[in-house]
Design a protein around this ligand. Structure first.
Ligand code: ATP
Ligand code: MG
Length: 378
């Protein structure tokens, strides 16, 4: 059944991804109920209704069940029990099963392995002893990553020598982890895609991603990779979505290491590396999420212009003062997106901008120049 404008959509999570979904949904004539315990949540501010409560608050879930025609999420850490409870009264897209794979690195890595996808060599770690035993098998340098609740490189510890083992285990406080070999990276890419209720899949042009300190910094589209590699990563992302019986929007992050394609992780939601679609594609990833969640035909993903996306973290706010936006706004081919977060903290994603140009090198040059200018104190 198609859910049409006028209906109400539930969004679990009120961060920037929820906010951009809310904008898309409201533009299309839907009402949006956002659940987020933060009263300042970026999406809550633009929602029809912001339920300011915890993700497992029973009264909040009852209210969503009663008022929403379908429910989706913006982050993978929603408790599975919440998704299962809501699924009893209406569609939840993506469903609890797909999210439970993506929210737990151990589950995710095993799922990928069992389905024939390559990842960086890894070991599951439940104790200091596991870690001591696995390090010789995985080798150094390696990265110890908490299995749950990590994001933007948080919950990770680099192990460069055996002497780092104890510190790594203590820093991550004995949580279940995955130990991964640190791979030499030729390039990092991702594929954002949507899968509809009939199993149809539409993919976006491949994103080339440059990370800084474990956080996405720059996305370049089209990715500077050859056609053969492009086709392979797109096909793999589609296969993963199908294996998960996924409905909604998702992203697959890949490492290209010594020419080999390794899956890094799956994001069961819109993705930072898909923010370029907001200005450069026929249908952006948030409208696409609305379409997929509502059972509508998926929108075309055609790239309308080469584009460079630059993330803006709280680091470029100095003494609480925002960067000089005029520098961006002076350029007619630069598109500014701010998430409405009041407090700028180092590493916190505050916004991004897209630079569009018929020539990708021109877009890159301008993007890098603007990035430099913004990072300087006013
Ligand atoms: P997010 O959810 O924001 O993508 P995350 O906390 O889940 O971040 P990862 O994707 O695991 O983090 O890692 C962040 C970045 O760190 C990667 O995109 C990559 O640049 C680098 N990295 C992580 N694991 C490895 C690895 N095994 N080998 C080489 N580089 C790695
Ligand atoms: Mg990642």
């Amino acid at each position: 059944m198609k859910i049409l404008p006028g209906a109400t959509l539930g969004m679990l999570g009120g961060g920037q991804l929820g906010r951009m979904f809310t904008i898309a949904a409201r533009t299309m004539g839907y009402e949006v109920v956002v659940l987020d315990p933060d009263k300042e949540s970026p999406a809550g501010k633009l929602a029809t209704t912001h339920i300011c409560a915890d993700y497992s608050d029973q009264a909040a879930l009852d209210q969503i069940a009663k008022s929403c025609d379908a429910v989706t999420t913006e982050f993978e850490n929603v408790p599975a029990s919440t998704l299962e409870a809501l699924a009893k009264t209406g569609p939840v897209r993506p469903g609890a099963k797909a999210i439970s794979v993506a929210q737990d690195r151990i589950h995710e890595k095993n799922f990928l392995k069992d389905n024939g996808f390559y990842t960086a060599p890894f070991a599951v770690i439940h104790s200091l002893e596991d870690l001591q035993n696995s390090i010789s098998e995985i080798g150094t340098p390696a990265i110890l990553k908490v299995s749950r609740f990590g994001y933007d490189g948080k919950g990770q510890f680099g192990i460069n020598a055996e002497s780092d083992i104890k510190k790594a285990w203590e820093t991550l406080q004995g949580e279940a982890c995955v130990l991964e070999q640190r791979m030499p990276l030729d390039i990092e890419v991702s594929v954002v895609l949507a899968r509809g209720i009939e199993g149809e899949v539409i993919t976006y042009p491949v994103s080339e991603n440059i990370h800084e300190g474990g956080i996405l910094d720059v996305t370049v589209v089209p990715a500077r990779i050859d056609k053969n590699l492009e086709t392979k990563v797109i096909d793999m992302a589609k296969e993963i979505a199908t294996a998960l019986d996924y409905v909604g929007i998702m992203a697959v992050e890949f490492f290209i290491s010594d020419g080999k394609i390794l899956v890094n992780e799956i994001a069961p939601r819109p993705h930072n590396s898909g923010h370029y679609t907001l200005d450069a594609c026929m249908t952006d990833q948030f409208e696409q999420q609305v379409r997929a969640v509502c059972g509508l035909p998926l929108g075309e993903t055609t790239l309308l212009s080469p584009v460079v996306m630059i993330n803006m973290l709280g680091d470029i706010w100095h003494d609480g003062k925002a960067p000089k936006w005029q520098k961006l706004l002076d350029h007619p081919n630069v598109k500014l997106h701010l998430y409405g977060k009041r407090e700028a903290r180092p590493g916190r994603k505050m916004g991004h901008f897209n630079v569009l140009s018929a020539n990708i090198n021109d877009a890159l040059t301008l993007a890098e120049d603007l990035k430099q200018q913004l990072s300087k104190a006013n």
